[in-house]
Design a protein. Structure first.
Length: 406
């Protein structure tokens, strides 16, 4: 069966289901914050620290290994090719790699960061399996332009995790209860039955997964170490469990724009894939240029807002025990907005299959951040946040050059 030729969707971002997908993304982000807020308030900063590290480690693994799978499946289905069962093989490989890496990290730090509880090793492995299925499902739904289904997937995931968290904490008020709630959230999305929408043509071998995933995963490795590694970095610099929790909730709270972009970029990609298939490089270059310019301005504005009211927002939500450093909040807010702009611009490279350029931009940002962290002085959380904003702006500049240049 020959795969149909897909051109740019003339409806653009007005296609049916777009609004509900955005609503689902917003509700998913809100649900994630409510989950963390509830856990932090019930357990306190010290007891909540293992979940801070578990969430951070899983977020990095999922974004590095599973987001590329989602984007690949989205691109395949949007191009008229059938994803299943062929794409389960590369997806399973990424899940296995993430499961082994995550379980090894937790096991090696069991006493130092996880209260010596082996449950966390099992939880992070199950998280990779459940969310591996979720990300493949979101790719199928987005590629098939069933955007309302993507919205439902995000709503079901966050609702199941939140309700499970309430119930399990009521039974046993300890951090492992929240870990099991996270596992339930990933598997709950099987109820959407997303595999029904994989109706493309049989693959002909013209779109191998290995090159695409290797380039994308290489880029997101650097990107997510930059974005989500702050709690791990301050832990490596000798921070207390309470400070680790403070850095975690601050960066997670300010990561809202980027979290939403990760959830909704499946809506952007099918449109850009159509432009790439039509070889409309002028429009792709124009989109990337506008995103970078607007994003740089929003990053500066975000840093100003983070300085003015950043600590107050955190303590309003989490309590005075979680009061962060004001300079840290400024750097975190500005850096996240720069990261959001770079992520949107990167979708042009993903649509064209040029993921190795994406890897180069994020790796350059990571190198800049590491250099900055060693050169900066001061409190550990300020050094880490300062390195973060340097790395994100450097990556944004590289992304502008690589996405715009033909």
């Amino acid at each position: 069966m020959t795969a149909p030729v897909i051109t740019a969707d003339k409806r653009g971002f007005r296609a049916p289901g777009t609004t509900f997908m955005i609503v689902g993304g917003l509700l998913g982000a809100i649900g994630a914050y409510l989950f963390q807020l509830y856990g932090g308030r019930v357990l306190g900063p010290e007891a909540f620290a293992p979940i801070s590290v578990l969430w951070t480690a899983f977020f990095i693994l999922a974004t590095v290994l599973l987001v590329p799978v989602e984007q690949y499946v989205t691109r395949e289905v949007a191009s008229g090719r059938k994803a299943l069962p062929h794409d389960f093989r590369p997806a399973g490989a990424m899940v296995a790699i993430g499961g082994v890496l995550g379980a090894t990290f937790v096991w090696l730090n069991l006493d130092a960061l996880f209260d010596g509880r082996f449950e966390y090793v099992i939880q992070i492995f199950l998280l990779m399996i459940g969310y591996g299925l979720l990300f493949v499902g979101k790719g199928v739904l987005a590629g098939a332009r069933h955007f309302a289904g993507v919205g439902w997937a995000m709503i079901i995931e966050t609702t199941a995790r939140l309700l499970a968290g309430f119930a399990l904490i009521a039974l046993a008020a300890r951090a492992t209860s929240l870990g099991w709630a996270m596992v339930i959230g990933g598997f709950a999305v099987l109820g959407v039955r997303w595999w029904r929408y994989d109706r493309g043509g049989v693959k002909d071998g013209s779109s191998p997964a290995a090159g695409f995933l290797a380039g994308y995963a290489g880029g997101t490795t650097s990107s997510q170490v930059l974005l989500a590694g702050a709690p791990l970095a301050v832990a490596a610099l000798g921070a207390s469990p309470a400070l680790i929790s403070i850095v975690f909730v601050t960066f997670t709270l300010y990561r809202a724009p980027l979290t939403l972009i990760f959830a909704l970029q499946g809506r952007i990609l099918p449109y850009l894939v159509g432009l790439a298939r039509d070889r409309d490089h002028v429009r792709l270059r124009r989109i990337a240029s506008r995103v970078v310019i607007v994003g740089a301005g929003l990053a500066v504005a975000g840093g100003l807002v983070g300085w003015l009211i950043g600590p107050e927002v955190v303590t309003f939500l989490y309590g005075n025990e979680f009061l962060p450093n004001r300079t840290m909040t400024m750097y975190a807010a500005g850096g996240v907005m720069a990261a959001a702009a770079a992520q949107i611009a990167s979708q042009v490279l993903v649509a064209e299959g040029r993921t190795r350029r994406l890897a180069g931009a994020w790796f350059g940002g990571l190198v800049a951040a590491l250099l900055a962290m060693f050169l900066l002085s001061g409190e550990s959380e300020v050094r880490v946040a300062g390195a973060f904003v340097v790395g994100e702006f450097f990556a944004l500049g590289l992304m502008a050059l690589l996405a715009i240049r033909r």
